[in-house]
Write a protein that binds this ligand. Structure first.
Ligand code: MN
Length: 199
């Protein structure tokens, strides 16, 4: 049985950037529903309980046809959100440091140029989806709750949820304002560690 992971900060900890109201609904309702529906999909398939979530998502096409869509949507949702909470912190320091900082500068010319491209891709997602920074520092998007590991890519080192449920209560239709505010809560120490670990 999959379980909703606990947040490492309080619902109100991201303050003016992402409200307590959004955090509480997003974690305790939306994410909980992905977990519940993933468990429901797997409930008739005891043979799959030995697989990790990564294995299920990487091997979607090998799963029984009747649960492929549910594992894709709800397993992907559980995977993506479990990462997303960790990409954020009340102690956001605004910019990466050390090796990741130099690597982003080398790849994009400057940290701001990286931010600009990430934001452009986030705004370019039509409907619901995600934008990701991959270990090779490419920026990719996925629709719905698809996740890069379903597409043969590595697990991302940073990602932003651009579903309306992630921002509408605070920002209404202004996705661009949400994306700009989100940089204030990015946990660059964690992102830097994932980047190091990916080598
Ligand atoms: Mn979400």
């Amino acid at each position: 049985m999959y379980k909703l992971p606990e947040l490492e900060y309080r619902y109100d900890a991201l303050g003016v950037h992402i409200s307590k109201n959004i955090m509480e609904l997003h974690h305790s309702k939306h994410h909980q529903t992905y977990v519940d529906k993933l468990n429901l999909a797997l409930s008739g398939h005891a043979e799959l309980t030995k697989n990790t979530l990564d294995e299920l998502l990487v091997g979607l096409s090998d799963l029984p046809a009747e649960i492929q869509a549910a594992v894709r949507n709800h397993g992907g949702g559980h995977y993506n959100h479990s990462l997303f909470w960790k990409f954020m912190t009340p102690r956001g320091d605004g910019e990466p440091s050390g090796e990741l900082s130099s690597a982003l500068e080398q790849r994009y010319g400057s940290f701001q140029a990286f931010v600009d491209e990430f934001e452009a891709k986030a705004l370019g997602v039509f409907g619901s989806g995600w934008v990701w920074l991959q270990p090779d520092l490419s920026i990719v998007t996925t629709p719905n709750q698809d996740t890069p590991i379903m597409n043969g890519m590595n697990s991302p080192i940073l990602g932003l949820d651009v579903w309306e449920h992630a921002y509408y209560l605070d920002y209404t239709y202004k996705r661009a304002d949400y994306v700009k505010a989100w940089w204030n809560v990015v946990d660059w120490q964690f992102v830097g560690k994932l980047h190091q670990d990916s080598k």
